[in-house]
Design a protein around this ligand. Sequence first.
Ligand code: ATP
Length: 316
Amino acid sequence: MASIDSADHRAGKKMITVSAPAKINLVFQVAELANDGYHPVNSLYLELDLRDRLRLVPTVENQAVGISVSSATLPARHVNAVPTDQNNLVYLVAEKMFSAQGVKLAGFDILIDKKIPVAGGMAGGSADAAAMLVGCNHYLNQVHGKKLLSNEELIELAKQFGSDVPFSLLGGLAIGTNRGEKLRQLEPFGFACHFVIAISHEGLSTPQVFARFDEIGQSSPFSDLAIPLTDIQQLASMMGNDLEPAAITLLPSISNTIDVLKLSGALKAMVTGSGPTVIGLFDDADLAKKAAETLAELGLIGIPALPSYLGTRLES
Ligand code: ATP
């Protein structure tokens, strides 16, 4: 089939908008460093209703792709930490997808609206990469007449851009093994739960946290994470993160944040991912809201959030 000339289509070329979710690790079990240089993990991932939004905005044909980042909710340090050049993960994704189809990467700008804290252990960069995989898939189809890749093909591609990118695509509740990219999706929770996300003033680098974890040398045996959870108490007692001691030694203020959430009625409060973001689990929406207000009074950012089961999705 002849490929459709983009000039013929530019008149009808419309903006593509995709959103992708933040993840938390309800359980994060990490084994010793393996010979391949990675730590095998056993993780229970949950998607939250906190989403980055990515727009592919048509420009002039052949014009180089520009990236801009903004946020109405996060402090400036988050936006400033995101590269707007070819080092941004979304650029690497676009480069790969366009060259695989033999199409020159040009003719649109990328606008990233961030709600997911940067360097917070919530897979913000991975979410943007997942959004870009879906965005490019539709752009290449709509503008260049390329065949849409299936979800399975996108998940295979996602693995190349980081261990969390497949989960960012799929979302919901899932067990992640190997490096976190091998996923087994679980049924949504059958009970209500509320989270508060406490965003730290400083970020933590994921490799640095893993390096400290290696120094401390405390890995735990992997447990079966597929046990059906019947209530929130059971969830609270299952939650835990092997990286938490490492994150706390690098950023001791994390302990205070955990204490504030516990004193505010959290059934469990802990570091998520490689931190420094702390999550609090609540059985009551008002308690969660009050905990977020208490964090704000202490000069921290607390965001109430709910479980979500949408994955990365095309919005328009
Ligand atoms: P993870 O939990 O996946 O280890 P994280 O959530 O802790 O990651 P990210 O928000 O993904 O951290 O950011 C890590 C670093 O990645 C940032 O400091 C930034 O330099 C770089 N980066 C590249 N592209 C992006 C992007 N689109 N959004 C955020 N950070 C990006």
